[in-house]
Design a protein around this ligand. Structure first.
Ligand code: ZN
Length: 281
């Protein structure tokens, strides 16, 4: 069968099913509150395709929220056609070509190709700090991994998250990690940061030897009240953490590990959406 005859390219419902299966491999997740349990698919003739309602926060949503498809009226199957064309063509496809091939306006074609290219560019294949840029690295603890045991102290009951920010591009990447040991952190840094990068962290012991893996490593000593020394700081990433946590606080009573993954996926689902589709084509 021709690839182009696949139902997701021709039928809007099939297209939604295709995208949902990739963004929500384990079932629908409410983008507003992270809920996974009390979610209903909306039915009826007047309901929009792909509409769900979360009975935890009482808000409606579709799989488009938080992805490149958000606030676009273009039919999902046409989006998939556009992604296919852009991914399948080695020489690239101009907005003009997209406009003529898909039968959308030039303005819409421009908007679509812009979003798709944006997502493809940040598909994770380019390491942070490529070309000798600065990368900030920090970890934080969020929510409740499980209920805090009686008398428990510290962070044992929380989920750990490692984040990287490329100061040149402003892109960030986050990972839910099982602990903050060197054995967990170092392989992630290796895989995601270019050798020629300059890496800034705080004084945490796990980072003391990373200078040998990268062009340069420096750190600030938070325990001595030092938060910045010229360009040496992790303030960008701390700002990112505080926005992320504030965003979660408004809607999350608890943030268990499963939900945290969902949220991170959502924040980066522009990337996820397209990189998964690239694999398909
Ligand atoms: Zn909800």
């Amino acid at each position: 069968m021709s690839v182009l005859s696949r139902p997701e390219f021709h039928n809007e419902e099939a297209a939604y099913a295709y995208v949902e299966a990739r963004i929500w491999p384990t079932g629908a997740i409410c983008p507003h509150c992270g809920g996974v349990e009390r979610i209903g698919k909306m039915g009826g003739k007047s309901t929009r395709i792909g509409a769900y309602k979360c009975y935890q926060c009482r808000k409606p949503f579709t799989v488009k929220v938080g992805t490149i498809f958000e606030s676009s009226h273009v039919k999902m199957n046409i989006w998939l056609q556009a992604i296919y064309l852009l991914c399948a063509s080695k020489k690239g496809v101009s907005s003009n070509q997209l406009h003529r091939t898909l039968g959308v306006t030039l303005k819409t074609a421009w908007f679509m190709s812009h979003r798709i290219r944006e997502a493809m560019r940040s598909d994770g294949t380019v390491q942070f700090g490529s070309g000798g840029g600065i990368v900030e690295v920090d970890e934080t603890f969020i929510g409740h991994k499980h209920k805090k045991a009686e008398g428990a102290r510290g962070y044992a009951h929380k989920s750990a998250m490692l984040s990287l920010v490329d100061r040149t591009t402003g892109q960030s990447k986050s990972f839910v990690i099982k602990d903050v040991t060197k054995a967990t952190l170092i392989p992630i840094l290796h895989a995601n940061i270019a050798k020629e990068a300059t890496v800034y962290t705080d004084e945490a012991r796990q980072y003391t030897s990373i200078g040998k893996h990268f062009a340069d490593h420096d750190f600030t000593t938070h325990s001595k009240g030092e938060y910045g020394r010229g360009v040496v700081h992790t303030n960008t990433i701390e700002g990112y953490f505080s926005i992320f946590k504030r965003g979660m606080k408004g809607v999350y009573q608890h943030c268990n590990k499963k939900h945290l993954h969902a949220t991170l996926l959502n924040l980066s689902s522009v990337t996820t959406t397209v990189s998964r589709m690239v694999q398909m084509t």
